[in-house]
Design a protein around this ligand. Structure first.
Ligand code: NAD
Ligand code: TDX
Length: 345
């Protein structure tokens, strides 16, 4: 089979590329990625000489190029990871989120209709459900929870989900969607909470915690997300939506303190800064549908996953220090100087 993985030079897509290239030697795993600020060929370097691996630099919104890729490679399955994925950036500049996350998904599905495929899988997010109150720990997102996106990022992902289901109903395109909770693990771009805190703590820099640090996220080790998607594209019925999560709910401050403890760094590095606008309070996934239908179970608890992740960042400093030395410096200054200023007002 030929499997097209869009956004495969990013965090989750990159981990999925490694997983698939290593697991399925007889399938061809083709990565299409625009290599935006967070796309990184160094993530794919360990698998780049494998016979079942191919990389094509392309933008999923570029219809002619995408059609040409489908024309030249007989694609059986598409897994669409390609996206603008950072909530804070979507607050600053929503437009690119709509272009890539919505129009890009449409272009890919049009190519699927034109050339024919067995499955188009959309990698979505639990953020499409909005948030849950902090004082109702009995509530979880199910696949039937109404869509109620909060940020321009989650609204763009929710829009793409609606479009995917419309292509299923109208054109019978064989689609599936997965909505996963917060991932963490190797190759995570250091603008997101966990890698940001690890990389800054290792440099003894201040750790900016938004608001009071009590917002809750449900963390899943990235390899568990990869195994879930692999099961869905191979074994699920078409037209299905699956939530993915492992019941690892933590407040942000708990996560930051855990990282500091493992790294043997002092909690005085923590600095509370201005909150994110529209900041979702709590995410929590009910994954019983995928557990029951496809027999999926996460392998890693948070305690194990966070230690593996920190070990990876300690052993792969070149990967993230290359990122920190580039354009990232400007990003950090621009994004955080407002947060620091306002927290002191
Ligand atoms: P990421 O930002 O690390 O990677 C995104 C990748 O997409 C990058 O390699 C980038 O170069 C590529 N890309 C961006 N625009 C493109 C375009 N127009 N054409 C081709 N390639 C393009 O993101 P991630 O955290 O790995 O997330 C991957 C997917 O998983 C996203 O769709 C995201 O919404 C979803 N998701 C992420 C999480 C999470 O916790 N990170 C959780 C649930 C779902
Ligand atoms: O510097 C920070 N300080 C801080 O307190 C950053 C970057 C984040 N936070 C908080 C905000 C959130 O409550 O940590 C939490 C996690 O933030 P992010 O890492 O930005 O993730 P989140 O906004 O939860 O979204 C992530 O999970 C769902 C991914 O980025 C999305 O792509 C995915 O869909």
């Amino acid at each position: 089979m030929n499997i097209l993985v869009t956004g495969g030079a990013g965090f989750i897509g990159g981990n999925f590329m490694h997983y698939m290239v290593n697991k399925y030697e007889n399938d061809k795993i083709i990565c299409v990625d625009k290599l935006t600020y967070c796309g990184n060929l160094e993530t794919l370097a360990p698998i780049s000489n494998r016979k079942n691996y191919k990389f094509i630099k392309a933008d999923i919104t570029d219809r002619n190029t995408i059609y040409q890729i489908f024309e030249e490679n007989k694609i059986d399955i598409v897994v669409n990871f390609a996206a603008e994925s950072h909530v804070d950036r979507s607050v600053e500049n929503p437009e690119i989120f709509i272009i890539t996350n919505v129009i890009g998904t449409q272009v890919l599905m049009d190519a699927c209709r034109k050339y024919g495929i067995k499955r188009f899988h959309q990698v979505s997010t639990d953020e499409v459900y909005g948030d849950l109150p902090l004082d109702r720990v009995d509530l979880f997102f199910t696949e039937n929870t109404p869509i109620r996106a909060s940020s321009p990022y989650s609204a763009s992902k929710a829009s793409a989900d609606l479009l995917v289901m419309s292509y299923y109903r109208t054109y019978q395109l064989p689609v599936s969607i997965s909505r996963c909770s917060n991932n963490y693990g190797p190759y995570h771009f250091p603008e997101k909470l966990i890698p940001l805190m690890i990389s800054r703590a290792l440099h003894n820099e201040k750790l900016p915690v938004y608001g009071n640090g009590l917002n809750v996220r449900d963390w899943l080790y990235v390899e568990d997300h990869c195994t879930a998607i692999d099961l869905i594209i191979r074994n699920s019925k078409v037209g299905e939506i699956y939530n993915i999560g492992g019941h690892n709910e933590k407040t942000n401050i708990e996560v930051v303190k855990t990282i500091l403890k493992i790294l043997e760094k002092d909690e005085s590095l923590i600095e509370y800064v201005k909150d994110r606008p529209g900041h979702d309070l709590r995410y929590a996934i009910d994954a019983s549908k995928i557990e029951k239908d496809l027999n999926w179970k996460p392998k890693y608890t948070f305690d194990i996953g966070i230690k593996k992740t920190i070990e990876w960042y300690l052993n792969n400093k070149t990967w993230w220090e290359h990122i920190l030395s580039g354009e990232y410096k400007n990003y950090f200054k621009k994004m955080y100087e407002k947060k620091y200023c306002s927290s002191n007002e």
